[in-house]
Ligand binder design. Structure first.
Ligand code: CO
Length: 134
């Protein structure tokens, strides 16, 4: 059901410092910061040849990644995003198998302007999974 790994997201305490590290030290192509007020994050995408790295920093008072950074003050891997062809079919199949979809269960528009859903980390070995319809 899942397709390509679209990105790995890393929560970071200092977005500019993290972006500079990927650009200057690792020589990666780094995009511009984008505020995602609906998701409570500011993101920077780092392009590598076979996938992307999404650097995430809290935006606003009740950012969903604030708690993660409180527990992991120097940052850490926050989620992985896999591509799916039909997000509603994927959601319904996963729910029928007992997996929990976060939030309302309805897809929201993600950082690439495409519908996304998140699956509960407790159902996937402690890893938050994002599905993005391509
Ligand atoms: Co993501």
């Amino acid at each position: 059901m899942i397709g390509r790994l679209n990105h790995v997201a890393i929560a970071v305490p200092d977005l500019a410092a993290a972006a500079a590290q990927y650009e200057d030290r690792l020589g990666a192509k780094v995009g511009a910061p984008q505020d995602e007020p609906d998701h409570g994050v500011t993101v920077i995408f780092v392009e590598v040849p076979n996938t992307k790295i999404e650097l995430l920093c809290p935006l606003g008072e009740d950012s969903p990644i604030r708690g993660f950074l409180d527990k992991n003050p120097s940052g850490g891997i926050h989620h992985m995003c896999f591509e799916v062809e039909d997000i509603l079919a994927a959601r319904d199949r996963l729910k029928a198998e007992g997996a929990r979809v976060l939030g309302s269960g309805e897809p929201r528009i993600g950082a690439h302007g495409k519908p996304v859903l998140f699956l509960h980390p407790k159902d996937f070995n402690g890893c938050l999974i994002e599905l993005e319809q391509i």
